[in-house]
Design a binder for this molecule. Sequence first.
Ligand SMILES: Nc1ncnc2c1ncn2[C@@H]1O[C@H](COP(=O)(O)OP(=O)(O)OP(=O)(O)O)[C@@H](O)[C@H]1O
Ligand SMILES: [Mg+2]
Length: 328
Amino acid sequence: MTQPVLSLRNLQVEFKTRRERLRAIDGISFDIAKGEVLGVVGESGAGKSVTGSAVVGLIDPPGRIAGGEIHLSGLRIDNLPPEEMRKIRGKRIGMIFQDPLTSLNPLYRIGDQIVETIRTHIGMSEQAARKRAIDLLAEVGIPAPEKRIDGYPHEFSGGMRQRVVIALAICAEPELIIADEPTTALDVSVQAQIIALIKRLGRDHGTAVMLVTHDMGVIAETCDRVAVMYSGRIAEIGPVQDVIRNPLHPYAKGLMGAIPTLTGEDLRLVQIPGSMPRLSAIPPGCPFNPRCAFAFERCRVERPEPIQRGAQAVACHLYDSSLKESAA
Ligand SMILES: Nc1ncnc2c1ncn2[C@@H]1O[C@H](COP(=O)(O)OP(=O)(O)OP(=O)(O)O)[C@@H](O)[C@H]1O
Ligand SMILES: [Mg+2]
């Protein structure tokens, strides 16, 4: 088996407040292979962004990685000095966020930012870097790139700006891209184009992509695999078609809007009653148990570990075939 580009092992992230220690990420593990797009879904507060921030070394105090390991193509990166991590960001890991303006300096021409990033990370002459920047702008679909390269961020539409950010994210040919809600702020018609572009990165450059989004439609169109997060854990992970057509975890079933009824037919538009617990009030056992229609005693006391079911892994006691509970 080839080495994954990104590998998370039992990652834990904590935020320390005066009164307590809140665990935002509680033991998540996954791999992303070369050229693979992993989608990460889950409702607000599930820990999607914190996971991405942990990977790029941008968890700010009082937050910290409290346990586990992160490997980038075999190199352990969760414990690197900040200076080393800064070199990896931009060079080996590209980042795309929801608001393109967080990545673009309003005072610089976009070309200058791309050229500077290229030259910081790759030894290239000014002229060669400018040529490369124009090629990149063309690749991400900016019309007349040789003219637009001298424009300022405010001269671009939202969608075009996000294309510039993508050019910036890929300019040093990173192995991995972390894209956190990259299309949320964009018009629906533009979203599809940006998604197509991100998808192409994996195909044409072999880039591994972690794509965070609320949008199952985006996931279905873009991703090879999907991880469903709940309360800082992975409820289910597997090939995107399997998880969409046949979600195993009760929470994933709810998210996909289809819970099979006793007669075997799909009941669409199922709302899961209740809401995700706050970090300070995550119940013992399975964090989903208070909302779960199938919860039984064990779910309230014992944390479910991932169980492999075909290509899917599901953290749910319902799938434990080795059930050998002594009759109480
Ligand atoms: N700096 C911080 N200090 C304290 N808690 C934080 C901090 N950043 C995030 N959290 C908490 O960590 C948990 C996970 O947050 P995260 O931003 O990863 O959620 P998310 O899945 O990205 O949600 P959304 O879909 O709204 O972007 C939340 O409970 C959040 O309140
Ligand atoms: Mg987020």
